[in-house]
Write a new protein. Structure first.
Length: 155
């Protein structure tokens, strides 16, 4: 899905806590670079990995549903074929995040379909809920740097 820079800047300004699915602190890996950037940028980062108990010196959780606190954005570093299962897991969270973000190179029509069906059926904006934004094939670090860290937003 395509989103304007302004729309993404508004979203990112609201985000405080990010779950990074597929988190690994292996130097040279894109997920490591992005995770470290997000931490340095002041986000509360929660690593999600099925086998690791710690990433970036932070407690890691095996699934999104194991995270003991609400998150604002779910950032996926997983192959596209794993994204639909994560979309379903996302919908089971007791406190629904604002965004399901698939990193650069990751596009999943099935995950988008799963989440967009919920947008119309369940996630209509009310006083206590907001629609879920689905972002595909974009780097959260690059967008944050371009839209917020530099202070310039282009329409």
């Amino acid at each position: 899905m395509l989103h304007s820079d302004k729309e993404l800047a508004v979203l990112l300004a609201k985000v405080k806590t990010i779950a990074v699915v597929g988190a690994k602190d292996k130097p040279g890996q894109p997920v490591d670079k992005v995770g470290r950037y997000l931490i340095a940028a002041g986000f509360r980062v929660i690593p999600v990995h099925p086998k690791r108990t710690e990433v970036w010196g932070l407690a890691a959780y095996p699934t999104l549903n194991d995270i003991p606190e609400p998150v604002d954005l779910v950032d996926l570093f997983r192959a596209a074929d794993a994204c639909p299962a994560h979309a379903e897991e996302f919908l089971r969270l007791s406190s629904r995040p604002l965004c399901f973000w698939m990193q650069s190179g990751i596009v999943s029509a099935e995950a988008r379909r799963i989440l967009s069906g919920q947008l119309t059926a369940v996630c209509q904006p009310t006083a206590d809920s907001q629609p879920v934004l689905v972002v595909e094939d974009r780097c959260l670090m690059v967008d944050h740097k371009n839209l917020l860290a530099t202070g310039s937003v282009h329409a």
